[in-house]
Structures are given as structure tokens and as C-alpha cells.
Design a protein around this ligand. Structure first.
Ligand SMILES: CC/C=C\C/C=C\C/C=C\C/C=C\C/C=C\C/C=C\CCC(=O)SCCNC(=O)CCNC(=O)[C@H](O)C(C)(C)COP(=O)(O)OP(=O)(O)OC[C@H]1O[C@@H](n2cnc3c(N)ncnc32)[C@H](O)[C@@H]1OP(=O)(O)O
Ligand SMILES: CCCCCCCC/C=C\CCCCCCCC(=O)OC[C@@H](O)COP(=O)(O)O
Length: 377
């Protein structure tokens, strides 16, 4: 292990990084709260301010991936579609197998200049995650309870609100609805069988209702669906803790641009279209497993310096007073103050560990894990 790698694996450095992320995150959340009156005066200005504030949080995690761990992200895509990325609104359909797939998504958003405005159909539980979930509230993220009876109206309404959104956005949909586990896969393939659908090897059976409602409500607003398939070299299972320890991964993303007006309007036809898409995605993953690459040419956008600059600015701003405080604390010699500070540090690390836990598949939800009564009618 080299010296730099050894440094990157030091817990005390992780603690400092977590401190910068959490402290800057709370400051940004408070600034976002201050924009509430602005929504009444100028909704578009409030949105633009929040896009930049959100960028300031999300890009720190992107910097962790791009600059701290130096993870490489390769894009396989058609060179004719490439110039449109970041220049139009799009619905992104992505497989959900990896603990850091959200972060790879953010990285591509950053490289195409749409990070602050990126959107997702996210499970409601994520709205309560400190910093990220609170930030999402101001970025008009669409939340769902994963109960169609409850979601059909709220999701459609939230999507309609995006019609006058002032900047280009990508709306991410993990149609599988939950992350891949062998048990969830087995159960969803029983559902596939009962519906007479071909089995998938690398994906769960997609839930089609969210996709249909998204396409219907973003017609005339989004130009295309970006069918995106992600995998990692050498069968790696990347983790957020791995990134924090400075581990370098290599992500490969295959993106096909599909014009939105080619997608069927009716619910049943749209669902059949999505099932076919997932069969194709499965064949791309098979190709990857066999050859170690996706089909088509590589056209990768380079990483940009902004995420690193933002991260360094926050670090300078927040670490300097921390060190001053620390020096005063040690010189004061007060046991009570020192004990309070230590307790505070422990609380922050426990909180951060809980947040990191939200990304871990082993701690994932039981959604899609329960045997379903299969009705063939
Ligand atoms: C150039 C570069 C391009 C790309 C770069 C890549 C990405 C960048 C883009 C943007 C980045 C932005 C943000 C990223 C940041 C963070 C994101 C992180 C995570 C958040 C993600 C999540 O939270 S995923 C979970 C929430 N989302 C979803 O669930 C979406 C999918 N789900 C749906 O659409 C659902 O339909 C629903 C949620 C709307 C409703 O849920 P419900 O459970 O009620 O579903 P259904 O009604 O659909 O289910 C019943 C039907 O399903 C059948 N069934 C039953 N059991 C199963 C089973 N085990 N598997 C499959 N199907 C099952 C059942 O038979 C019913 O069938 P019907 O025929 O009646 O439909
Ligand atoms: C710059 C240094 C920063 C270090 C500190 C990092 C601390 C922040 C840690 C985590 C931020 C939380 C991000 C949450 C995003 C999780 C997205 C996700 O993948 O959700 C899972 C959901 O789709 C499906 O859930 P289930 O599979 O059904 O369960």
C-alpha cells in the first residue's frame, strides 16, 4: 500500500470529510429554508438559487468519487446523440444493482452540467435522510410510497410541476423499484413467469406504472428517454465506504437515446415497450459479462474541476474554525468541554454511519422481497 493510499484509509480523515459534508450540508439546508419567501416573489429565481445550493452539496459526493477515489467513468454511446446530452430534458432509465449507482448517475450529471437540476423518482423514506433528503425537498424531487393507489395522483402532480422548470434536467427512474438481490430476483422472475414474460438474468422485472405515468406527464417537456445500463469492471461491488477509503473503481455506462415520441401512449403498450427494453438491457449485460465491455463506441466526457473546487472551498471554510476550536479546547484543559466535544464527534460519526447505511444493499428494504399471490387473469 502506497503512502497516499494509506493516508486515504485513515479514519480521522474520514471524520473530517464527514464533518465538512454534514456542516456544509446543514448550512446549505438553512440557506434553502431562507429561499422560501423568494418562492412567493419569483418561483423561477428561487428554483435557480436552489439548483446552485443543491449543486454545492451533491458535488461534494461527486468529488469523493472523481477526485478522492479517482474512480473512472466510461461512457459508451452513439456520437450523434452525445452533443444533445445536457442540452435537453430527459428521462433516464437505469438498472439498480449497485450501492453507488446513484453517485455514478450524479457524476455523469456533473459532467454534462445538469447536476443541480437532476431529479429522481425516489422512495419516500429518503426524504428524511438529513442533508440529502432535506435538500431534495427544495429541488422538487418526486417521492413515492411504492403504493400505486397513493402514488398515481401525487407523482403525476409533481411531474406536471416540472413543465416550467427553468433549467435542463434529467429525471432518473429505477424501474425495478428496489435494488437487485438474489431473493428479490427469484420472486420477480416468478411474477414474470406468471405474466408470460421472458426471464431476465441481470435485472428484476420492471414495475411499469411509474414509467408510464412519467412518460405521459413529461410529454412535450422531456425530449427523450436515455436508456442507461451500468456495470463495473472485474465484477466489483463498489461501496460508499470503499470510496471513502480511496478505493478506485471503474464504472462503465451504456446509454442509448430514444426519442420520447416513439414510446407508445397507451398504458398496456407502454408497459410492453418497457418489458422489451429490459430484455434488451439484459442482453447488454450479458455482452458485458462475456466481453468486459458494452457494445458501441466510447465517448467519455472528462471530469471537471468544479466539484473539487467547491469541496476545497467548503473544507477551508469549515476546517479552519474547527482547528481553532480544537486548539482552544486542548489549552482550556476543561474535562467537561472536552468530554462534550468527544460526545458530539461520536454522535456525528454515528449519524454519518446511519446515512451511509442507507446506501447499503444488505440494509435495504423488504420491498419486492415478499412472495406474491400470483393471479394469471
Ligand atoms: C448520458 C448519461 C446518462 C445517464 C446518467 C445516469 C443517471 C443520472 C440521472 C439522474 C440522477 C438523479 C438522481 C440520482 C440520485 C439519487 C437517486 C437515488 C435513489 C433513489 C431511487 C429510489 O428510491 S428507487 C425506489 C423508488 N422508485 C421506484 O420504485 C420507481 C419504480 N416503481 C414504479 O414505477 C412503481 O410502479 C410505483 C412506485 C409507481 C408504484 O409502486 P407499486 O409497488 O404500487 O408498483 P406497481 O403497482 O407497479 O406494482 C404492482 C405490479 O407489479 C407486479 N409485481 C408484483 N410483485 C412484483 C415483483 N416482485 N417484481 C415485479 N413486479 C411485481 C404486479 O403483478 C403488478 O403488475 P401490474 O401488471 O398490475 O402492473
Ligand atoms: C464528501 C464526503 C462525504 C462523506 C459523507 C457521506 C455521508 C452521506 C451518505 C449518504 C447519503 C445518502 C444518499 C442516499 C441515496 C441512496 C440511494 C439509494 O440507492 O436508495 C435505495 C433505493 O433506491 C431503493 O432502496 P431499496 O433497495 O428498496 O432498499
Amino acid at each position: 500500500m502506497g503512502l497516499v493510499q494509506m493516508l486515504k484509509s485513515q479514519f480521522v480523515l474520514h471524520l473530517l470529510m464527514v464533518y465538512v459534508f454534514m456542516a456544509s450540508g446543514v448550512i446549505v439546508n438553512l440557506l434553502q429554508l431562507c429561499t422560501l419567501p423568494l418562492w412567493l416573489v419569483s418561483k423561477q429565481l428561487a428554483r435557480k438559487v436552489n439548483i446552485r445550493l443543491g449543486y454545492s452539496i451533491m458535488s461534494q459526493m461527486v468529488a469523493l468519487l472523481e477526485w478522492w477515489s479517482a474512480t473512472e467513468c466510461t461512457l459508451y454511446t452513439d456520437p450523434k446523440s452525445y452533443p444533445l446530452y445536457g442540452k435537453e430534458n430527459a428521462i433516464v432509465v437505469l438498472n439498480h444493482n449497485f450501492e453507488i449507482d446513484f453517485l455514478c448517475g450524479w457524476t455523469f450529471c456533473e459532467r454534462f452540467g445538469v447536476l443541480g437540476s437532476s431529479k429522481v423518482l425516489a422512495k419516500k423514506e429518503l426524504a428524511y435522510v438529513p442533508v440529502i433528503g432535506w435538500m431534495w425537498y427544495f429541488l422538487e424531487i418526486v417521492f413515492c410510497k411504492r403504493r400505486w393507489e397513493d402514488d398515481r395522483k401525487t407523482v403525476a402532480e409533481s411531474l406536471q410541476n416540472l413543465h416550467d422548470y427553468p433549467e435542463n434536467f434529467w429525471f432518473l427512474l429505477h424501474c425495478e423499484g428496489t435494488r437487485f438481490t438474489p431473493k428479490k430476483h427469484e420472486i420477480s422472475m416468478q411474477v414474470a413467469e406468471s405474466k408470460g414474460l421472458p426471464k431476465l438474468k441481470y435485472h428484476l422485472l420492471p414495475r411499469t406504472k411509474g414509467f408510464w405515468v412519467t412518460v405521459q406527464n413529461l410529454r412535450g417537456n422531456a425530449a427523450a428517454v436515455y436508456d442507461s445500463t451500468l456495470n463495473f469492471r472485474n465484477n466489483e461491488a463498489p461501496t460508499l465506504l470503499g470510496l471513502l477509503n480511496g478505493k478506485k473503481y471503474h464504472a462503465d455506462l451504456y446509454v442509448r437515446r430514444i426519442p420520447l415520441d416513439t414510446i407508445p401512449e397507451g398504458e398496456a403498450d407502454c408497459a410492453a415497450w418497457l418489458h422489451k427494453l429490459y430484455q434488451e438491457k439484459d442482453s447488454f449485460q450479458e455482452h458485458y459479462a462475456q466481453t468486459g465491455r458494452f457494445p458501441g463506441p466510447i465517448k467519455s466526457p472528462p471530469r471537471r474541476p468544479w466539484s473539487l473546487i467547491n469541496w476545497l472551498c467548503w473544507s477551508c471554510l469549515l476546517l479552519f474554525p474547527l482547528f481553532l476550536l480544537f486548539a482552544r479546547l486542548v489549552s482550556s484543559g476543561s474535562t467537561v468541554t472536552i468530554a462534550t466535544t468527544v460526545a458530539f464527534c461520536i454522535a456525528v460519526s454515528v449519524g454519518a454511519r446511519w446515512m451511509i447505511g442507507q446506501t447499503e444493499i444488505d440494509r435495504g428494504s423488504s420491498y419486492g422481497n415478499k412472495e406474491v399471490s400470483i393471479n394469471n387473469n
